[in-house]
Design a protein around this ligand. Sequence first.
Ligand code: CP
Ligand code: NVA
Length: 302
Amino acid sequence: MKHLLKMLDMSKDEIIDILNLADQLKYELKNGIPHPHLKGKTLGMIFQKSSTRTRVSFETGMYQLGGQALFLSNRDLQIGRGEPVQDTARVLSRYLDGIMIRTFEQKEVEDLAEYGSIPIINGLTDFCHPCQVLADLMTIREFKGTFDGLKMCYIGDGNNMANSLIVGGLKVGMSVSIACPKDYQPDQQVLDFAEQYCDKFSMTDVPLEAAKDADVLFTDVWTSMGEEAETEKRKIAFAGYQINDDIMAVAKPDAMVQHCLPAHREEEITEKVFEAHADEIFEEAENRLHAQKAVMVRVMCK
Ligand code: CP
Ligand code: NVA
């Protein structure tokens, strides 16, 4: 694996390999077994949007792997003043061993990979959030033991999380059902991909329908980073697209709940459901660390 740009690029075998390595690195960390696979290597982390989990887990993960991470804010880089990505990529490739980037357009990430000569890891774009979904899959397998026969349900905005969950869930063999308002459906590229899995993929605008017999329920914020001007409009559009007791009542009795965080209680999820499933949700957040370490090892350890 050369880069991690989007789930659409990954094969099932590559996903499972990352999850297996992530499990191993988690075990080693918990048992005090050092794993300095990236000793002496440097990761640059470009952030054009805010972050708590991504920033801290990449930086800590790089340290645990024996390397170091540089936080590169858009406010300080020349990229924020208009220096082309093509030039930035070629310059940073001469200093760093890898780049993690969180930005708006997916094209910027793809351009970094095209023009640079070092591994690029997508830390979230408007299109997708592959690092999050690898951690989500790791968490599902940890709690359920398998993906076979599981139904994943996502309720809410057809955003970066929905796009990545659909692709990741289907690739590892789960059934995936989505409930989102008609004007907020997932990206067409993702819907075209899902078409190959017509027996395993369904989309509706009725949350109760999508949640029926689900083993894992996902949601995400109604307003993503960069969409703040639409917050009030979105609150109206997404009213009813909430994980609450009614949704839990139609899902399997042992259904898990996952949320990439940050969460907005009483919007996309009730406080009651969130707290009842907090162990699963915070394990998911922890697994960002382990899954991303596995990604860094696979793309940077050559
Ligand atoms: N889930 C996630 O990516 O969190 P941050 O925005 O805090 O990085
Ligand atoms: N959809 C959210 C995910 C945050 C981790 C956003 O893009 O803001």
